[in-house]
Design a protein around this ligand. Structure first.
Ligand SMILES: *Cc1c(COP(=O)(O)O)cnc(C)c1O
Length: 425
């Protein structure tokens, strides 16, 4: 029997669904999840000793590829000096300064341990700062699993959302408005009606949790303008896009200065580290300076900070993002060309080290559009790619990630594998 299968059966006895995060269970693509036992560079090895070219990269953090020797060394060195102190350290200041230097919109930053904590805290801060309760999110954007963000759209325009998860009181979701991504008209209407009541708007400035969806320039600029006019805090959730789409993140690419930014994934280099930061006058509301409470036993953990700092240094090497972007773009174009050649309806898009593949005619621009793509076909493609030794995200609603360890040769190998897989669909 396959060891992967054996582990899944065993895991299900002591862990709900056998996994510690739901998408890992392969629920949407079907089949048995691969249990990873090691990873190096662009590759992961499963419990059956199968090797795969990895395009998940731990869902984003592994921008340098897995187990980069410099990051591993930094982690080892930090670990020897103690795992956690619950007291401030110099390295936390180093990484805070590094983040503030790279992102001018961030004047002050606080470290936390997960993206969920970062967004949850940023929203509490925005509410505390504005004294308003209502928040806006966009359909298809994911911001972690805190109560006020697990909300789906209500039945009509400007009706408040409904919980998208059990265990979330409708009383909480009542404060969350869910709008359509890229819908400029709806932004205008909403701010005209409710602008002065809205504490914050949180968005993925380039969405990566409904496959890859890019915003229009008009959407992005209208949002900044309307939030500014109504005293609403604009939160760029860059947990995924931060140092993934470029060194200046999505905000740099868009030329937008958000009020608050959340970071995670890449800034921890594979360790549990995330952050929220922004305007100093807003950040001054956080305890111990202000009355908005936020804390964490492992916040700014020295081992995680060591991994993050060494990652942030390495991504600043000249040409890092131009090479990464070129390879990612070559992959997306190569996949789309391969599909065209074999007569499969599929298109692809990329930005920085992120890509999307869509089994539909045109690149989607909203959740509704991405939902129209042929998911059954994606699922077959996913399994054919696994058989070819390529590990894609096990869901049609996820973006893919390329690392600096994905050489030109690996990209070409992947395109060739995809061409074979596509002919078998
Ligand atoms: C992954 C992600 C989160 C949640 O981060 P966790 O570390 O998984 O809690 C929040 N926002 C975005 C945009 C993400 O991609």
């Amino acid at each position: 029997m396959s060891r992967n299968l054996e582990l899944f059966e065993r895991g299900k006895k002591s862990i709900p669904g056998g996994v510690n995060s739901p998408v890992r269970a392969f629920g949407s693509v079907g089949g048995n999840p691969r249990f990873i036992k090691k990873a190096l560079g662009a590759r992961v090895w499963d419990a059956d000793d199968q090797v795969y070219l990895d395009y998940v990269g731990s869902w984003g953090p592994a921008i340098l590829g897995h187990a980069h020797p410099v990051v591993i060394k930094a982690v080892q060195d930090a670990a020897v000096d103690g795992l956690s102190f619950g007291a401030p350290t110099e390295a936390e200041i180093d990484i805070a300064e590094e983040i503030c230097k790279l992102l001018p919109s961030i004047q002050q930053v606080r470290l936390v341990s997960s993206g969920t904590e970062a967004t949850m805290s940023a929203i509490r801060l925005a509410r505390g700062y504005t004294g308003r309760d209502t928040i806006i999110k966009f359909e298809g954007c994911y911001h972690g699993h805190s109560d006020s963000l697990l909300v789906k759209a209500g039945s009509g325009l400007l009706t408040f959302g409904n919980p998208s998860s059990g265990g979330v009181p409708a009383d909480f979701s009542k404060h969350t408005l869910v709008l359509e991504y890229n819908n400029v008209e709806q932004l205008h209407t909403t701010f005209r009606e409710l602008g002065s009541q809205i504490a914050c708007v949180i968005l993925e400035p380039i969405a990566g949790n409904m496959n890859l969806i890019q915003p229009s320039a008009e959407f992005i600029h209208t949002l900044r303008q309307l939030t500014e006019q109504s005293g609403t805090v604009l939160i760029y959730d860059e947990v995924m896009t931060g140092f993934r789409v470029g060194l200046s993140c999505a905000q740099g690419l868009h030329g937008i200065t958000p009020d608050l930014t959340t970071l995670g994934k890449v800034i921890g280099g594979g360790m549990p580290l995330a952050a929220f930061g922004g305007r100093a006058d807003i950040m001054a509301k956080i305890s111990p300076l202000g009355d908005v409470y936020q804390a964490g036993t492992l916040s700014g953990n020295p081992v995680a900070v060591a991994a993050g700092l060494s990652t942030l240094k390495l991504i600043q090497e000249p040409g890092f993002y131009s090479t990464l972007s070129q390879r990612t773009q070559r992959l997306a174009q190569g996949l789309a060309a391969a599909a065209k050649e074999v007569g499969v309806t599929m298109c692809a898009d990329s930005i920085g080290g992120m890509f999307g593949i869509y089994f539909c005619e045109n690149i989607p621009s909203s959740y509704a559009q991405v939902s129209q793509s042929d998911r059954a076909r994606f699922n077959r493609f996913f399994h054919e790619m696994l058989a070819e030794g390529v590990y894609l995200a096990p869901s049609a609603y996820e973006a893919g990630f390329v690392s600096s360890a994905h050489s030109d040769e690996i990209i070409e190998q992947t395109i060739a594998a995809a061409k074979r897989a596509l002919t078998r669909l």
